[in-house]
Write a protein that binds this ligand. Structure first.
Ligand code: BT5
Length: 328
């Protein structure tokens, strides 16, 4: 714990109270000038701190930034969030997580950015990532499973995002194969998992998660206004980015622990119970592959199971899926 973190702990242990400079000096064994320097740095980082000469310091508000000291405070997870790396701005949290993972970052390390200037979607698409309103996060995992099953972890991210959204308000998120989270039919979150593996061993997996939290209509580019949404737009209330992030990290942590001990089945059931496509007719589009069929679920490789006319079941491994309004 750094000196700054310890000062923050002192404030948080006594909310709304003044801490005298002398008390901080005594508890931390540092000079008054050093205390003042740390308080100034905290203010630079967006903590609003009142200073009254005869009384001391009082914490008035926390920054609306996902700083590591805030995200890890009281988190109590086993592995996810054991370390948090924060950028005000970066190209892509997934790209940064890969660099850290290549350099040996431990499992559970989380990369968060306030904004991304090269946010990535699938297949070379981009993820719109303005500052101050949303969550852009990547988690490094090193699961002891065969690379064949790495896709299962996309379902883990999807269920964790859905649980965090459910814990935030009266939302009913729906999951769309392979990697979208929807609210009332509009995309509120996207997931991008990237794998680094050999034939039989996963070196690491990066779970990339983007969630639109407090983005207002006018902040979306015009082409996303109809297909996309945010929690603010759906419920009319600003969401605490910090609380949401902690809820998400806790869900990821719990689901990951249970996945490692009990396998994919419970996760698959959680995912299917929120999937908006089970038993529905859909059209799948992937490069030169197009199919129309009825969705019966997903298999253990994460493939979408599509029942075609004539009773054949086809496994769809990649592609964009569109719900059809009528039986085909
Ligand atoms: C995704 O791709 O949905 C994966 C998005 C993953 C983003 C996270 S943010 C943290 C981490 N770091 C990264 O660099 N990426 C991950 P895909 O299914 O290909 O969808 C991309 C499409 O979604 C775009 O082509 C747009 O149409 C739409 N889109 C872009 N930005 C959006 C946004 N903020 N909200 C909703 N839709 C968006």
């Amino acid at each position: 714990m750094t000196t700054r973190d310890t000062i923050l702990e002192l404030f948080k242990n006594r909310p709304d109270h003044f801490l005298s400079g002398a008390e901080v000096c005594r508890k931390l064994g540092i000079s008054r000038t050093a205390v003042w320097k740390h308080i100034s740095q905290l203010r630079d980082n967006g903590y609003e701190i009142e200073a009254i000469p005869s009384r001391g310091y009082r914490l008035l508000s926390l920054p609306d930034r996902l700083l590591p000291a805030e995200v890890t405070s009281g988190l109590q997870t086993r592995s996810v969030g054991c370390e948090v790396i924060y950028f005000d701005e970066t190209d892509s949290t997934n790209a940064q997580a890969r660099i850290l993972a290549d350099a040996g970052a431990r499992e559970g390390t989380v990369v968060i950015a306030d904004s991304q200037n090269g946010g990535k979607g699938r297949l070379g698409r981009s993820w719109f990532s303005p500052s101050g309103v949303n969550l852009y996060l990547s988690v490094i995992l090193r699961p002891p499973i065969s690379p064949r099953f790495a896709t299962q972890l996309t379902f883990l991210s999807a269920v964790a995002v859905a649980q965090a959204i459910e814990a935030t308000g009266s939302f009913l998120p729906q999951l769309k194969w392979p990697n979208d989270v929807l609210l009332n039919g509009r995309k509120v979150a996207g997931l991008l998992n990237e794998l680094n593996a050999e034939t039989e061993q996963i070196h690491y997996l990066v779970l990339g998660i983007g969630v639109n939290l407090n983005m207002r209509t006018e902040q979306f580019p015009s082409d996303l206004r109809t297909p996309a949404t945010s929690l603010l737009l759906e419920e009319g209330k600003t969401v605490s980015r910090l609380k949401f992030t902690q809820a998400l990290l806790r869900s990821l942590d719990q689901l990951y622990a249970s996945y490692l001990s009990t396998g994919f089945l419970p996760l698959k059931q959680e995912w299917e119970s929120r999937c908006n496509m089970i038993d529905q007719w859909v059209e799948v589009d992937y490069q030169s592959y197009q199919r129309v069929g009825q969705v019966s679920g997903v298999d253990e490789s994460g493939a979408l199971l599509l029942s075609l006319d004539g009773g054949i079941t086809e496994k769809v491994l990649a592609g964009d899926v569109r719900l059809l309004s009528r039986g085909a």
